[in-house]
Design a binder for this molecule. Structure first.
Ligand code: S3P
Length: 445
């Protein structure tokens, strides 16, 4: 029986206090993948105990890797080495996670066994040709549906993959990482060039596991000559989860919060740059490097925001944060324009359409375009919106409540558990007036 979750937010309030949001999703996935094919025992702390990262963890258990935990964010992975994965007994179910499916397609293309990758309804509708086409150039055998979607049926090509020199048509860290992981099993060199900088956690973490990756400008290259040596990984808090409170504290008058131990890798900080261009009061404190990744505490006080034209080069650096940045734009004085963000249409939902529909319903002047949105700042009203099962849409509309003039009800919020199960508790502790209603088959429980 499907559980349905509804968020009900009372209007107004402010955010006050300190919080540590959960671990970075991108790094949590990668810690399991690389720890599993490393030699030796890898200890991970700060691991994100949410459905997406747990799906990756289960996939590697299904391929014979002994993994202990997670307990309070601690995971111990008994690595089996680059060639130690075993054929899973059934299809690997990856839930809602595009990162898991796309990275695994690369890692599994060169194994001596076959695999099938499946996902939930949203993941099964997302484009996979962006990985299967370049992998096919390397000699991979992967069948998709006619539409180029999951399930992916991978016929392992152990020892048969060839390196490739690939320029990505879109700025995607998932595609880049997929090909680098495949390149660890290919003959010759595999190089990926990105049209704009994207998150570089794969490259950094490979180096942390002592696996050589070459970086020349926008090109990353790898070969099969190397092994991963187990290491300890401290996963910082996810800036994509922190983003909800960066915006919340910026728009709610009288707010003053500190978010602790947030990952501020420069390929992820577009949300801070965009909010600062809008006039936000965000201070970066106690900058330090933890396990090869920059980390800081973020101090945010509310400030009046102004509308801006979002610089296109910041788009890939804030790609997951636009749902909540649209809420910031709705609270700003003047017009905010986003362009060059067509990738938002193929995320967990069509984030341009779904956010525009919801904002319009709340009385905001939001105009979707093919590759972005034009938002005229003004008042946010109340109403009933739906997240379309997209975690970041649900949380963005909850944050909108801080500046709404009437209650906002958000339907279909169970997917918040894919990335941020603690959202409602942390948000309430900081001052958001949020009630979460769970219903089972229409009955309150
Ligand atoms: C991710 C890359 C991004 C991002 C996703 C996580 C990753 O996707 O939206 O949430 O961990 O590599 P794209 O590669 O599709 O831009």
């Amino acid at each position: 029986m499907a559980k349905s979750i509804t968020f009900k937010v009372q209007p107004g309030g402010k955010l006050k206090g300190e919080a540590r949001v959960p671990g970075d999703k991108s790094m949590s996935h990668r810690s399991i993948m690389l720890g599993s094919i490393a030699e030796g025992v890898t200890h991970v702390t700060g691991f994100l105990e949410a459905e997406d990262a747990l799906a990756t963890l289960q996939a590697f258990r299904d391929m014979g890797v002994h993994i202990e935990g997670p307990v309070d964010g601690c995971v111990t992975i008994h690595g089996v080495g680059k060639h130690g994965l075993k054929a899973p007994k059934k299809a690997l179910y990856l839930g809602n996670s595009g990162t898991s499916m796309r990275l695994l397609s690369g890692l599994l293309a060169g194994q001596p066994f076959n695999t099938v990758l499946t996902g939930d309804k949203s993941l099964s509708g997302r484009p996979m040709k962006r990985v299967t086409e370049p992998l096919a150039m390397m000699g991979a055998q992967i069948k998709t549906t006619e539409k180029g979607t999951a399930p992916l049926e991978i016929t392992g090509q152990a020892g048969q993959l060839q390196g490739v020199d690939y320029t990505m048509p879109m700025a995607s860290a998932q595609v880049k990482s997929c090909l680098l992981l495949a390149g660890m099993y290919a003959q010759g060199e595999t190089s990926v060039t990105e049209p704009a900088p994207t998150r570089d956690h794969t490259e950094r973490m490979l180096s942390g596991f002592s696996y050589p990756v070459k970086q020349q400008g926008s090109k990353s290259s790898i070969t099969a000559d190397g092994k991963l040596t187990a290491t300890d990984i401290d996963v910082p808090s996810d800036i994509s989860s922190a983003a909800f409170f960066l915006v919340g504290a910026s728009i709610a008058v009288g707010s003053d919060i500190v978010l602790k131990h947030v990952g501020i890798n420069p390929t992820r900080t577009g949300v801070i740059s965009i909010l600062r261009l809008m006039g936000a009061g965000i201070e970066i404190l106690n900058e330090r490097v933890v396990g090869g990744e920059p980390v800081a505490d973020l101090h945010v006080v509310s400030k009046p925001l102004k509308g801006i034209d979002i610089p296109e080069e910041l788009v890939p650096l804030a790609i997951d944060e636009f749902p909540v940045l649209f809420v910031a734009a709705a609270c700003a004085e003047g017009q905010t324009r986003l362009s060059g963000a067509e990738e938002l249409r193929v995320k967990e939902s069509d984030r341009i359409q779904v956010m525009a529909d919801g904002l319009l319903l709340l009385g905001v002047d939001a105009k979707p375009t093919a590759d972005g949105m034009i938002i005229q700042g003004g008042a946010i009203g109340g109403g009933v919106v739906t997240s379309h099962g997209d975690h970041r849409i649900a949380m963005a509309f909850a944050i909108a409540g801080l500046r709404a003039t009437a209650p906002i009800t958000i339907l279909d919020c169970a997917n918040v558990n894919t990335s941020f199960p603690e959202f409602k508790d942390l948000a309430k502790n900081l001052g958001l007036d949020l009630v979460c209603e769970e219903t089972m088959d229409g009955q309150s429980c």
